[in-house]
Write a protein that binds this ligand. Structure first.
Ligand SMILES: [Zn+2]
Length: 499
Protein backbone atom coordinates (compact mmCIF):
# COMPACT_ATOMS: atom_id res chain seq x y z
CA UNK A 1 0.00 0.00 0.00
CA UNK A 2 2.86 2.34 0.83
CA UNK A 3 4.35 1.63 -2.58
CA UNK A 4 1.07 2.37 -4.23
CA UNK A 5 0.73 5.63 -2.36
CA UNK A 6 4.23 6.73 -3.26
CA UNK A 7 3.63 5.92 -6.90
CA UNK A 8 0.30 7.64 -6.87
CA UNK A 9 1.71 10.71 -5.20
CA UNK A 10 4.51 10.97 -7.74
CA UNK A 11 2.14 10.48 -10.64
CA UNK A 12 -0.37 12.93 -9.27
CA UNK A 13 2.24 15.58 -8.81
CA UNK A 14 3.55 14.96 -12.30
CA UNK A 15 0.01 15.20 -13.55
CA UNK A 16 -0.41 18.47 -11.80
CA UNK A 17 2.86 19.82 -13.06
CA UNK A 18 1.99 19.08 -16.63
CA UNK A 19 -1.58 20.06 -16.02
CA UNK A 20 -0.80 23.04 -13.92
CA UNK A 21 -1.62 25.25 -16.82
CA UNK A 22 -4.98 23.60 -16.71
CA UNK A 23 -5.36 24.74 -13.17
CA UNK A 24 -5.72 28.29 -14.13
CA UNK A 25 -7.29 27.43 -17.29
CA UNK A 26 -10.90 27.67 -17.88
CA UNK A 27 -13.44 30.29 -18.21
CA UNK A 28 -13.83 29.76 -14.55
CA UNK A 29 -10.59 31.37 -14.01
CA UNK A 30 -12.27 34.42 -14.69
CA UNK A 31 -14.68 33.86 -11.98
CA UNK A 32 -12.21 32.26 -9.92
CA UNK A 33 -13.68 34.12 -7.38
CA UNK A 34 -15.66 36.98 -6.76
CA UNK A 35 -12.50 38.35 -5.37
CA UNK A 36 -10.75 37.81 -8.55
CA UNK A 37 -13.58 39.21 -10.23
CA UNK A 38 -12.75 42.00 -8.24
CA UNK A 39 -9.57 41.45 -9.05
CA UNK A 40 -10.45 41.53 -12.34
CA UNK A 41 -12.70 41.83 -14.89
CA UNK A 42 -10.71 39.35 -16.54
CA UNK A 43 -11.95 37.20 -14.16
CA UNK A 44 -15.26 38.39 -14.49
CA UNK A 45 -14.45 38.43 -17.93
CA UNK A 46 -15.76 35.25 -17.26
CA UNK A 47 -13.58 34.28 -19.81
CA UNK A 48 -16.83 33.71 -21.04
CA UNK A 49 -19.14 36.16 -19.59
CA UNK A 50 -22.28 35.04 -17.97
CA UNK A 51 -25.23 34.18 -20.06
CA UNK A 52 -26.91 37.48 -19.45
CA UNK A 53 -23.77 39.40 -20.22
CA UNK A 54 -23.13 37.47 -23.37
CA UNK A 55 -26.66 38.00 -24.57
CA UNK A 56 -26.46 41.70 -24.05
CA UNK A 57 -23.06 41.87 -25.68
CA UNK A 58 -23.04 39.60 -28.70
CA UNK A 59 -19.77 41.18 -29.82
CA UNK A 60 -18.04 39.43 -26.95
CA UNK A 61 -18.24 36.03 -28.55
CA UNK A 62 -14.84 34.77 -29.56
CA UNK A 63 -14.44 35.30 -33.32
CA UNK A 64 -13.80 32.44 -35.69
CA UNK A 65 -10.41 30.83 -35.13
CA UNK A 66 -7.56 31.79 -37.39
CA UNK A 67 -7.17 28.22 -38.62
CA UNK A 68 -9.66 25.34 -38.84
CA UNK A 69 -9.09 22.58 -36.30
CA UNK A 70 -7.31 19.55 -37.65
CA UNK A 71 -8.89 16.13 -37.88
CA UNK A 72 -6.77 14.64 -35.12
CA UNK A 73 -7.81 17.36 -32.69
CA UNK A 74 -11.49 16.82 -33.47
CA UNK A 75 -11.21 13.05 -33.12
CA UNK A 76 -9.41 13.40 -29.78
CA UNK A 77 -12.12 15.73 -28.49
CA UNK A 78 -14.87 13.31 -29.47
CA UNK A 79 -13.08 10.43 -27.78
CA UNK A 80 -12.47 12.34 -24.56
CA UNK A 81 -16.07 13.56 -24.52
CA UNK A 82 -17.29 9.96 -24.71
CA UNK A 83 -14.91 8.96 -21.90
CA UNK A 84 -16.00 11.83 -19.68
CA UNK A 85 -19.68 11.06 -20.29
CA UNK A 86 -19.06 7.55 -19.01
CA UNK A 87 -16.94 8.63 -16.01
CA UNK A 88 -19.40 11.33 -14.92
CA UNK A 89 -22.53 9.32 -15.75
CA UNK A 90 -23.71 12.29 -17.81
CA UNK A 91 -24.43 11.24 -21.41
CA UNK A 92 -23.83 14.18 -23.78
CA UNK A 93 -27.14 15.76 -24.73
CA UNK A 94 -25.80 17.75 -27.67
CA UNK A 95 -22.66 17.96 -29.80
CA UNK A 96 -20.03 20.58 -28.93
CA UNK A 97 -18.14 23.04 -31.03
CA UNK A 98 -14.41 22.94 -30.39
CA UNK A 99 -11.48 25.00 -31.64
CA UNK A 100 -7.77 25.58 -31.11
CA UNK A 101 -6.93 29.18 -30.22
CA UNK A 102 -3.73 31.17 -30.41
CA UNK A 103 -2.26 33.14 -27.56
CA UNK A 104 -3.08 36.40 -29.39
CA UNK A 105 -6.72 35.39 -29.82
CA UNK A 106 -7.08 34.56 -26.15
CA UNK A 107 -5.36 37.74 -25.04
CA UNK A 108 -7.55 39.89 -27.29
CA UNK A 109 -10.60 38.19 -25.90
CA UNK A 110 -9.53 38.79 -22.30
CA UNK A 111 -8.84 42.46 -22.93
CA UNK A 112 -12.16 42.94 -24.67
CA UNK A 113 -13.97 41.28 -21.82
CA UNK A 114 -12.27 43.61 -19.36
CA UNK A 115 -13.30 46.64 -21.36
CA UNK A 116 -16.87 45.41 -21.41
CA UNK A 117 -16.98 44.85 -17.68
CA UNK A 118 -20.43 45.62 -16.40
CA UNK A 119 -19.63 45.93 -12.73
CA UNK A 120 -17.01 48.67 -12.33
CA UNK A 121 -18.41 49.79 -8.95
CA UNK A 122 -18.22 46.29 -7.55
CA UNK A 123 -14.66 45.90 -8.80
CA UNK A 124 -13.68 49.23 -7.28
CA UNK A 125 -15.21 48.34 -3.93
CA UNK A 126 -13.57 44.92 -3.86
CA UNK A 127 -10.24 46.43 -4.74
CA UNK A 128 -10.53 48.97 -1.90
CA UNK A 129 -11.42 46.17 0.51
CA UNK A 130 -8.41 44.09 -0.49
CA UNK A 131 -6.10 47.10 -0.22
CA UNK A 132 -7.47 47.92 3.20
CA UNK A 133 -6.89 44.38 4.38
CA UNK A 134 -3.33 44.57 3.07
CA UNK A 135 -3.95 41.68 0.68
CA UNK A 136 -3.00 43.50 -2.50
CA UNK A 137 -0.55 46.40 -2.73
CA UNK A 138 -2.06 49.83 -3.11
CA UNK A 139 -2.23 50.90 -6.76
CA UNK A 140 -1.28 47.43 -7.89
CA UNK A 141 -1.95 47.11 -11.64
CA UNK A 142 -4.45 44.34 -11.20
CA UNK A 143 -5.92 44.43 -14.68
CA UNK A 144 -2.57 44.36 -16.45
CA UNK A 145 -1.30 41.69 -14.13
CA UNK A 146 -4.30 39.47 -14.66
CA UNK A 147 -4.21 39.76 -18.43
CA UNK A 148 -0.57 38.67 -18.37
CA UNK A 149 -1.23 35.89 -15.89
CA UNK A 150 -4.26 34.52 -17.65
CA UNK A 151 -2.67 34.71 -21.05
CA UNK A 152 0.23 32.77 -19.66
CA UNK A 153 -1.87 30.23 -17.82
CA UNK A 154 -4.99 29.55 -19.79
CA UNK A 155 -4.81 26.19 -21.45
CA UNK A 156 -8.44 25.72 -22.28
CA UNK A 157 -11.83 27.24 -21.86
CA UNK A 158 -15.45 26.26 -22.10
CA UNK A 159 -18.03 28.85 -23.10
CA UNK A 160 -21.52 27.87 -21.97
CA UNK A 161 -23.09 30.60 -24.05
CA UNK A 162 -21.96 29.16 -27.35
CA UNK A 163 -21.49 25.66 -25.91
CA UNK A 164 -18.04 25.71 -27.39
CA UNK A 165 -14.73 24.77 -25.87
CA UNK A 166 -11.32 26.07 -26.78
CA UNK A 167 -7.84 24.71 -26.30
CA UNK A 168 -4.79 26.93 -26.44
CA UNK A 169 -2.68 25.93 -29.41
CA UNK A 170 0.57 26.13 -27.43
CA UNK A 171 -0.41 23.18 -25.29
CA UNK A 172 1.53 20.13 -26.50
CA UNK A 173 -0.65 17.60 -28.32
CA UNK A 174 0.09 14.98 -25.67
CA UNK A 175 -1.37 17.26 -22.97
CA UNK A 176 -4.37 18.41 -24.93
CA UNK A 177 -6.44 15.37 -24.03
CA UNK A 178 -5.86 16.02 -20.37
CA UNK A 179 -6.97 19.63 -20.75
CA UNK A 180 -9.99 18.36 -22.66
CA UNK A 181 -10.97 16.02 -19.83
CA UNK A 182 -11.19 19.06 -17.54
CA UNK A 183 -12.97 21.37 -19.94
CA UNK A 184 -15.40 18.72 -21.14
CA UNK A 185 -16.42 18.09 -17.54
CA UNK A 186 -17.60 21.72 -17.51
CA UNK A 187 -19.32 21.17 -20.86
CA UNK A 188 -21.23 18.08 -19.70
CA UNK A 189 -22.19 19.58 -16.34
CA UNK A 190 -23.36 22.68 -18.18
CA UNK A 191 -25.73 20.62 -20.30
CA UNK A 192 -27.34 19.27 -17.15
CA UNK A 193 -27.07 22.03 -14.59
CA UNK A 194 -26.61 25.34 -16.46
CA UNK A 195 -23.34 26.43 -14.90
CA UNK A 196 -23.50 30.21 -15.22
CA UNK A 197 -27.01 30.45 -13.84
CA UNK A 198 -26.16 28.00 -11.09
CA UNK A 199 -22.98 29.81 -10.00
CA UNK A 200 -24.55 33.24 -10.15
CA UNK A 201 -27.55 32.18 -8.11
CA UNK A 202 -25.30 32.63 -5.07
CA UNK A 203 -25.11 36.38 -5.67
CA UNK A 204 -24.75 38.75 -3.97
CA UNK A 205 -22.92 36.57 -1.41
CA UNK A 206 -19.28 36.54 -2.57
CA UNK A 207 -18.32 33.74 -0.20
CA UNK A 208 -21.12 31.46 -1.42
CA UNK A 209 -20.27 32.28 -5.03
CA UNK A 210 -16.63 31.34 -4.50
CA UNK A 211 -17.83 28.08 -2.92
CA UNK A 212 -19.83 27.25 -6.04
CA UNK A 213 -16.85 27.95 -8.27
CA UNK A 214 -14.90 25.54 -6.12
CA UNK A 215 -17.51 22.88 -6.88
CA UNK A 216 -17.15 23.53 -10.62
CA UNK A 217 -13.36 23.62 -10.76
CA UNK A 218 -12.85 20.98 -8.10
CA UNK A 219 -15.14 18.49 -9.79
CA UNK A 220 -13.41 19.15 -13.13
CA UNK A 221 -10.06 18.48 -11.46
CA UNK A 222 -11.30 15.29 -9.81
CA UNK A 223 -12.83 14.11 -13.09
CA UNK A 224 -9.52 14.83 -14.80
CA UNK A 225 -7.78 12.54 -12.30
CA UNK A 226 -10.36 9.84 -12.93
CA UNK A 227 -9.69 10.19 -16.65
CA UNK A 228 -5.94 10.08 -16.11
CA UNK A 229 -6.20 6.80 -14.21
CA UNK A 230 -9.10 5.27 -16.15
CA UNK A 231 -6.99 2.34 -17.38
CA UNK A 232 -5.67 1.50 -13.92
CA UNK A 233 -9.14 1.15 -12.50
CA UNK A 234 -8.35 3.73 -9.81
CA UNK A 235 -10.52 6.78 -9.30
CA UNK A 236 -10.37 9.69 -6.88
CA UNK A 237 -12.75 7.78 -4.60
CA UNK A 238 -10.13 5.05 -4.17
CA UNK A 239 -7.17 7.42 -3.90
CA UNK A 240 -5.76 8.48 -0.54
CA UNK A 241 -6.80 11.94 0.61
CA UNK A 242 -5.80 14.50 -1.97
CA UNK A 243 -4.97 17.31 0.47
CA UNK A 244 -1.34 16.36 1.23
CA UNK A 245 -0.83 15.48 -2.44
CA UNK A 246 -2.22 18.63 -3.97
CA UNK A 247 -1.02 21.30 -1.62
CA UNK A 248 2.71 20.90 -2.44
CA UNK A 249 1.83 21.13 -6.13
CA UNK A 250 1.06 24.80 -5.71
CA UNK A 251 4.71 25.47 -4.97
CA UNK A 252 5.65 23.58 -8.10
CA UNK A 253 3.28 25.67 -10.13
CA UNK A 254 4.83 28.78 -8.71
CA UNK A 255 8.22 27.67 -9.92
CA UNK A 256 6.86 26.92 -13.35
CA UNK A 257 5.04 30.18 -13.97
CA UNK A 258 6.93 33.46 -13.63
CA UNK A 259 3.74 35.54 -13.57
CA UNK A 260 2.20 33.31 -10.94
CA UNK A 261 5.34 33.52 -8.80
CA UNK A 262 5.13 37.32 -8.88
CA UNK A 263 1.52 37.40 -7.75
CA UNK A 264 0.70 38.68 -4.27
CA UNK A 265 0.02 35.65 -2.03
CA UNK A 266 -3.66 36.48 -1.81
CA UNK A 267 -4.03 36.35 -5.58
CA UNK A 268 -2.30 32.99 -5.74
CA UNK A 269 -4.56 31.68 -3.00
CA UNK A 270 -7.77 32.88 -4.57
CA UNK A 271 -6.74 31.58 -7.97
CA UNK A 272 -5.87 28.14 -6.63
CA UNK A 273 -8.67 27.75 -4.08
CA UNK A 274 -11.38 26.50 -6.46
CA UNK A 275 -9.02 23.95 -7.99
CA UNK A 276 -7.22 22.63 -4.93
CA UNK A 277 -9.79 22.97 -2.14
CA UNK A 278 -12.53 22.21 -4.65
CA UNK A 279 -10.86 18.93 -5.66
CA UNK A 280 -10.39 17.90 -2.03
CA UNK A 281 -14.06 18.72 -1.36
CA UNK A 282 -15.18 16.75 -4.42
CA UNK A 283 -13.19 13.71 -3.37
CA UNK A 284 -14.77 13.68 0.10
CA UNK A 285 -18.27 14.04 -1.35
CA UNK A 286 -17.60 11.23 -3.83
CA UNK A 287 -16.31 9.02 -1.04
CA UNK A 288 -19.36 9.73 1.10
CA UNK A 289 -21.76 8.77 -1.68
CA UNK A 290 -21.95 6.30 -4.53
CA UNK A 291 -19.65 8.25 -6.85
CA UNK A 292 -20.32 10.61 -9.74
CA UNK A 293 -23.94 9.52 -10.16
CA UNK A 294 -24.52 10.97 -6.67
CA UNK A 295 -22.53 14.14 -7.29
CA UNK A 296 -25.48 15.81 -9.00
CA UNK A 297 -26.93 16.25 -5.52
CA UNK A 298 -24.32 18.95 -4.96
CA UNK A 299 -25.89 20.99 -7.76
CA UNK A 300 -29.30 20.57 -6.15
CA UNK A 301 -27.91 21.41 -2.71
CA UNK A 302 -24.91 23.72 -3.21
CA UNK A 303 -22.40 24.51 -0.45
CA UNK A 304 -23.33 27.75 1.26
CA UNK A 305 -19.83 28.99 2.12
CA UNK A 306 -16.12 28.44 1.58
CA UNK A 307 -16.17 26.93 5.07
CA UNK A 308 -18.19 24.01 3.71
CA UNK A 309 -15.62 23.60 0.91
CA UNK A 310 -12.70 23.72 3.36
CA UNK A 311 -14.47 21.28 5.73
CA UNK A 312 -16.48 18.85 3.60
CA UNK A 313 -17.87 17.19 6.74
CA UNK A 314 -19.72 20.41 7.57
CA UNK A 315 -21.27 20.30 4.11
CA UNK A 316 -22.18 16.63 4.45
CA UNK A 317 -23.69 17.29 7.88
CA UNK A 318 -25.59 20.33 6.61
CA UNK A 319 -23.95 22.77 9.04
CA UNK A 320 -24.93 26.26 7.81
CA UNK A 321 -23.94 29.48 9.62
CA UNK A 322 -26.66 32.06 10.13
CA UNK A 323 -26.13 35.42 8.40
CA UNK A 324 -24.40 38.22 10.32
CA UNK A 325 -25.78 41.75 10.16
CA UNK A 326 -24.24 45.21 10.35
CA UNK A 327 -26.01 48.39 11.40
CA UNK A 328 -26.99 50.83 8.67
CA UNK A 329 -24.59 53.72 9.20
CA UNK A 330 -25.94 56.00 6.48
CA UNK A 331 -27.72 58.40 8.84
CA UNK A 332 -25.05 58.36 11.56
CA UNK A 333 -22.11 58.83 9.17
CA UNK A 334 -23.47 60.97 6.33
CA UNK A 335 -20.03 61.94 5.03
CA UNK A 336 -19.18 58.31 4.31
CA UNK A 337 -20.52 56.51 1.25
CA UNK A 338 -20.96 52.75 1.47
CA UNK A 339 -19.32 51.12 -1.52
CA UNK A 340 -20.18 47.53 -0.76
CA UNK A 341 -21.37 45.11 1.92
CA UNK A 342 -20.61 41.42 1.67
CA UNK A 343 -19.34 38.21 3.27
CA UNK A 344 -15.61 37.36 3.40
CA UNK A 345 -15.98 33.80 4.67
CA UNK A 346 -13.47 31.44 6.22
CA UNK A 347 -11.36 31.59 3.07
CA UNK A 348 -10.73 35.32 3.40
CA UNK A 349 -10.16 35.11 7.14
CA UNK A 350 -7.68 32.28 6.64
CA UNK A 351 -5.79 34.20 3.98
CA UNK A 352 -5.57 37.30 6.16
CA UNK A 353 -4.34 35.40 9.22
CA UNK A 354 -1.94 33.35 7.11
CA UNK A 355 -0.32 36.36 5.54
CA UNK A 356 0.30 38.30 8.74
CA UNK A 357 0.28 35.74 11.56
CA UNK A 358 1.50 32.63 9.75
CA UNK A 359 0.07 29.40 8.41
CA UNK A 360 -0.06 27.61 11.77
CA UNK A 361 -2.06 30.41 13.36
CA UNK A 362 -4.40 30.56 10.38
CA UNK A 363 -5.04 26.82 10.51
CA UNK A 364 -5.69 27.00 14.23
CA UNK A 365 -8.04 29.98 14.21
CA UNK A 366 -9.81 30.34 10.86
CA UNK A 367 -11.98 27.20 11.29
CA UNK A 368 -13.68 28.88 14.25
CA UNK A 369 -15.34 31.26 11.75
CA UNK A 370 -19.08 31.13 12.32
CA UNK A 371 -20.17 33.90 9.95
CA UNK A 372 -19.17 37.44 9.04
CA UNK A 373 -20.23 40.57 7.26
CA UNK A 374 -18.13 43.52 6.22
CA UNK A 375 -18.83 46.93 4.74
CA UNK A 376 -16.39 49.20 2.92
CA UNK A 377 -16.97 52.96 2.97
CA UNK A 378 -15.28 55.90 1.26
CA UNK A 379 -15.26 59.49 2.38
CA UNK A 380 -16.49 61.58 -0.50
CA UNK A 381 -13.96 64.41 -0.20
CA UNK A 382 -10.77 62.74 0.98
CA UNK A 383 -11.33 59.31 -0.61
CA UNK A 384 -10.24 57.86 2.73
CA UNK A 385 -11.45 54.30 3.12
CA UNK A 386 -13.17 52.79 6.13
CA UNK A 387 -13.66 49.09 6.71
CA UNK A 388 -16.19 47.72 9.19
CA UNK A 389 -15.88 43.95 9.60
CA UNK A 390 -17.97 41.92 12.03
CA UNK A 391 -16.96 38.36 12.72
CA UNK A 392 -19.12 35.86 14.54
CA UNK A 393 -17.64 33.03 16.62
CA UNK A 394 -19.30 30.15 18.43
CA UNK A 395 -18.64 31.57 21.90
CA UNK A 396 -16.65 34.07 23.96
CA UNK A 397 -13.68 31.71 24.33
CA UNK A 398 -13.31 31.41 20.57
CA UNK A 399 -13.73 35.15 20.26
CA UNK A 400 -10.89 35.79 22.72
CA UNK A 401 -8.62 33.45 20.79
CA UNK A 402 -9.58 35.17 17.58
CA UNK A 403 -8.85 38.52 19.19
CA UNK A 404 -5.30 37.42 19.92
CA UNK A 405 -4.77 36.23 16.35
CA UNK A 406 -6.29 39.30 14.74
CA UNK A 407 -4.44 41.59 17.12
CA UNK A 408 -1.18 39.98 16.04
CA UNK A 409 -2.31 40.23 12.40
CA UNK A 410 -3.16 43.92 12.55
CA UNK A 411 0.04 44.91 14.33
CA UNK A 412 2.02 43.07 11.65
CA UNK A 413 -0.11 44.43 8.83
CA UNK A 414 0.56 47.99 10.06
CA UNK A 415 4.24 47.97 10.86
CA UNK A 416 4.15 51.72 11.33
CA UNK A 417 1.59 52.02 14.09
CA UNK A 418 1.63 54.24 17.14
CA UNK A 419 -0.39 55.01 20.25
CA UNK A 420 -1.15 51.34 20.73
CA UNK A 421 -3.71 50.74 23.44
CA UNK A 422 -4.22 47.10 24.41
CA UNK A 423 -6.86 45.97 26.90
CA UNK A 424 -8.49 42.56 27.30
CA UNK A 425 -10.23 41.94 23.97
CA UNK A 426 -9.62 45.51 22.87
CA UNK A 427 -6.99 47.04 20.59
CA UNK A 428 -6.74 50.59 19.37
CA UNK A 429 -3.88 52.14 17.44
CA UNK A 430 -3.02 54.86 14.97
CA UNK A 431 -1.69 54.01 11.53
CA UNK A 432 -0.76 56.11 8.50
CA UNK A 433 -4.21 55.18 7.17
CA UNK A 434 -6.15 56.25 10.26
CA UNK A 435 -7.22 54.62 13.47
CA UNK A 436 -7.59 50.85 13.77
CA UNK A 437 -9.89 49.29 16.35
CA UNK A 438 -10.46 45.66 17.23
CA UNK A 439 -12.83 44.55 19.93
CA UNK A 440 -14.43 41.26 20.88
CA UNK A 441 -17.55 41.07 23.00
CA UNK A 442 -19.34 37.80 23.72
CA UNK A 443 -19.05 35.72 20.56
CA UNK A 444 -18.57 38.71 18.24
CA UNK A 445 -15.47 40.55 17.06
CA UNK A 446 -15.62 43.98 15.42
CA UNK A 447 -12.72 45.25 13.38
CA UNK A 448 -12.89 48.89 12.27
CA UNK A 449 -10.09 50.25 10.11
CA UNK A 450 -9.70 53.82 8.85
CA UNK A 451 -11.78 55.67 11.44
CA UNK A 452 -10.87 58.20 14.09
CA UNK A 453 -12.04 57.52 17.62
CA UNK A 454 -15.06 59.74 17.23
CA UNK A 455 -16.28 57.83 14.19
CA UNK A 456 -15.50 54.57 15.91
CA UNK A 457 -17.64 55.57 18.88
CA UNK A 458 -20.52 56.31 16.51
CA UNK A 459 -20.20 52.84 14.99
CA UNK A 460 -20.06 51.27 18.46
CA UNK A 461 -23.23 53.11 19.43
CA UNK A 462 -25.07 52.13 16.26
CA UNK A 463 -24.07 48.54 16.93
CA UNK A 464 -25.62 48.76 20.38
CA UNK A 465 -22.34 48.01 22.14
CA UNK A 466 -21.14 49.83 25.28
CA UNK A 467 -18.46 52.50 24.82
CA UNK A 468 -15.01 51.02 24.27
CA UNK A 469 -12.11 51.44 26.72
CA UNK A 470 -10.13 54.67 26.45
CA UNK A 471 -12.41 57.65 26.08
CA UNK A 472 -12.57 59.69 22.91
CA UNK A 473 -9.81 62.27 22.73
CA UNK A 474 -7.82 60.59 25.48
CA UNK A 475 -5.67 58.32 23.36
CA UNK A 476 -5.63 58.60 19.64
CA UNK A 477 -6.43 62.21 18.99
CA UNK A 478 -4.83 63.84 21.99
CA UNK A 479 -1.43 62.23 21.56
CA UNK A 480 -1.35 62.85 17.87
CA UNK A 481 -2.39 66.47 17.92
CA UNK A 482 -1.36 67.59 21.40
CA UNK A 483 -4.35 69.80 21.54
CA UNK A 484 -5.79 71.23 24.68
CA UNK A 485 -8.76 69.25 25.92
CA UNK A 486 -11.41 69.31 23.29
CA UNK A 487 -14.06 70.36 25.77
CA UNK A 488 -12.30 73.71 26.16
CA UNK A 489 -12.15 74.37 22.47
CA UNK A 490 -15.38 73.42 20.76
CA UNK A 491 -14.74 72.35 17.20
CA UNK A 492 -11.08 71.56 17.69
CA UNK A 493 -11.62 67.88 18.18
CA UNK A 494 -13.56 67.63 15.01
CA UNK A 495 -10.79 69.46 13.17
CA UNK A 496 -8.18 67.19 14.60
CA UNK A 497 -10.25 64.21 13.72
CA UNK A 498 -10.47 65.31 10.13
CA UNK A 499 -6.71 65.49 9.67
ZN1 LIG B 1 -12.11 24.52 -15.16
Amino acid sequence: MADFQTTLQTTLQTTLQTASTVLISTRRVSRISTWLKVLCCVLSLGLFGGVARAQSSPTLALPAPSAPPNAEFLRAADEVLAEMSRILALPAKAPLKKTLRTSAEIRAFIVRQMQEDKEPEKRYADRKTLEKLGLIPRDFDLDGFLVDLLTEQIAGLYDPKSQEFYIADWIPAAEQRQVMSHELTHALQDQYFGLDTWAEAAKPNDDAELARHAVLEGSAMAAMFDWQYRHQGVGVREMPDLAPLLEPAIAGDKAKSPQFAKAPPFLRDVLMFPYISGAIFTQQVLKAGAGWADFKKVFANPPSSTQQILHPQLYLQGVVRPPVTLPDLAAALPEWKRLEENVGGEFLLHTLLQQYAGEARAKELAPSWAGDRYAIYEQSKTKQVLLVYRLHLANATDASRMFDGLSQTLQARYEKHSNLLLRPNYLQMDTPEGGVFLRCLGGDCMYVDGANRETYDVITRELGWPTAPGAAGKNTEEKRTRIVPAALLPGTQRLAAAR
